[in-house]
Every structure is written in C-alpha cells, then in structure tokens.
Design a protein around this ligand. Structure first.
Ligand SMILES: C[S@@+](CC[C@H](N)C(=O)[O-])C[C@H]1O[C@@H](n2cnc3c(N)ncnc32)[C@H](O)[C@@H]1O
Length: 178
C-alpha cells in the first residue's frame, strides 16, 4: 500500500511539473527544448573562453549549459535565469547535487542585469529575439560575444554563422559581437 501511495504521489508531481511547463510555454511562446549535451560542448567551444569570463544563459532551462561551462572552466562565473518555476527548481537542484556553483535565478530574461556579461548564450525563439536585442543594445558592453542557437536576431548581422547537427537535424549557430 505504501509503495502504491509513493508511486502515485511521484506520478502526480511529475504530471504537475510537466503541466506547469506546458502552460508556461504557452505564455512565453518559447518551447522548453533543451540543447543536446553533445551540442552544449560544441557551443562552449564557440564561446572561445579563456577561463575567467562571466557567461550568461538567458532562458537556461535545467541549467545544463551553465553547469557544463563551469565544469570545463571552473573559474568562469556562470549566470542564468529561467522563467518556468519547475524547470528552474530542477536546474537549481541539479547544480546543488552535482556541487557545481552556478547562479541560476528564477527570473525573466528581460529583467536580468547583464551589464557584466562577457559571453551570452541563447537558445530561445523568434518571437522574443527583437525585444531582447533592444535590451542588449542598452546593456551589453561593446564587443560582448553573443551566441544564438537556431534563432538569430532579426535586424543584426552575425560575424559568423555555422551549421551544426541539432536535435531535429542540421541547424545554424549565429555568433554576434555586440
Ligand atoms: C529552448 S529552451 C533552452 C534551454 C537551455 N538554454 C538549453 O540550451 O538547454 C528555452 C528556455 O527559455 C525559457 N524562457 C522562455 N522565455 C523566457 C524568458 N522571458 N525569461 C527566462 N526564460 C525564458 C523557457 O522556459 C525554456 O526553458
């Protein structure tokens, strides 16, 4: 009886978590599709890190990008935000269990203070790229590197475009110098 209660309780938590993610995705218009781990490694290489920079992931999901950066470059400051509470909690818990010190905030990308960023990684959706670009214009230091997976900024020329093998086939990576 106790085991059934436990299974049912666990199933309820999982269903509630997934439901919350789905509803939140409808509101933000950005699906919660994580970057495959293989591609995370490739994206980190593209950031061209020396090892002491401040790296942001806006819309960090389960924080996998930031934890991977921090694992490879322990002296980097890894900061991110996620707007969906269940995803944020999972990412927060994951980083704590793995003992990887990242700063993952339950916050919107639009209210994050990004003025000290050296590198920004984005895997978002076309509907918010233009508005985010305006925030970058106001806040990023000139020359800050921004790497976008799949979805570019509509009114900005990347300094480099690369084709990589994404989750759903070949996809593009856009590198900007702000
Ligand atoms: C495609 S996923 C990418 C997750 C992670 N960056 C990765 O590469 O694995 C985009 C994430 O951004 C989050 N998101 C969407 N709009 C957001 C916003 N305005 N502020 C913060 N996070 C947002 C979504 O909830 C989702 O988890």
């Amino acid at each position: 009886m106790l085991l059934i209660d436990f299974i049912l309780g666990f199933a309820c938590i999982v269903v509630f978590g997934l439901l919350m993610i789905t509803v939140a995705n409808l509101f933000t218009g950005v699906p919660s599709v994580p970057t495959p781990h293989r591609l995370v490694r490739e994206m980190i290489t593209m950031l061209d890190l020396k090892g002491n920079e401040t790296v942001f992931d806006l819309g960090a999901g389960d924080g996998r990008f930031l934890t991977a950066v921090k694992k490879r470059y322990p002296k980097v400051t890894a900061v991110g935000c996620e707007i969906v509470p269940t995803l944020w909690f999972w990412g927060f818990l994951r980083a704590k269990v793995l003992r990887i010190p990242i700063e993952l905030k339950l916050q919107s990308a639009f209210t994050m203070d990004i003025r000290n960023a050296d590198r920004v990684f984005l895997y978002l959706f076309p509907n918010i790229m233009e508005k985010l670009g305006a925030k970058f214009d106001r806040e990023l230091r000139p020359g800050t590197m921004v790497v976008c997976l799949t979805f570019p900024f509509p009114n900005r020329m990347p300094v480099e475009t690369k084709i990589v093998k994404g989750r759903f086939g070949p996809t593009k990576v856009f590198v900007y110098r702000w």
